[in-house]
Write a protein that binds this ligand. Structure first.
Ligand SMILES: [Zn+2]
Length: 112
């Protein structure tokens, strides 16, 4: 396994490799699952226009976003049901603990 990752700057929109950038998306990574269940991650962390519009007071947020994306690359963690708030994570843990345990945002919140 290649142990490095590379940032990809998608500050000009959603063309080409930046296809998943949309309003409200800060960054994204991609992966593929093989028929034997093995996950193969693409080691590009694509940072979207909304990431690059974060103000100076949000530099810490940018770091947490990158950490969140690296959790995706290095584990089987997904995004649960797509709500990234702390309160949604707490509700998810109470109602669907199996999904909550495999949510990248929960690992990020733990690291905070
Ligand atoms: Zn995610």
């Amino acid at each position: 396994m290649d142990k490095s990752w590379d940032p990809v700057c998608c500050n000009n929109g959603k063309s080409g490799t930046c296809w998943a950038c949309s309003s409200g998306t800060l960054a994204f990574v991609t992966s593929y699952s093989w028929s034997d269940g093995t996950k193969q991650s693409v080691t590009w962390v694509r940072t979207c226009p909304d990431f690059w519009s974060l103000g100076n007071d949000a530099k810490l947020t940018a770091g947490f976003v990158l950490y969140h994306e690296l959790v995706h690359i290095m584990s089987g963690a997904g995004d649960g049901y797509g709500n990234y708030s702390k309160s949604a994570g707490v509700k998810l843990a109470a109602n669907d603990s199996a999904v909550a345990r495999l949510q990248a945002n929960n690992y990020m919140l733990y690291a905070m």
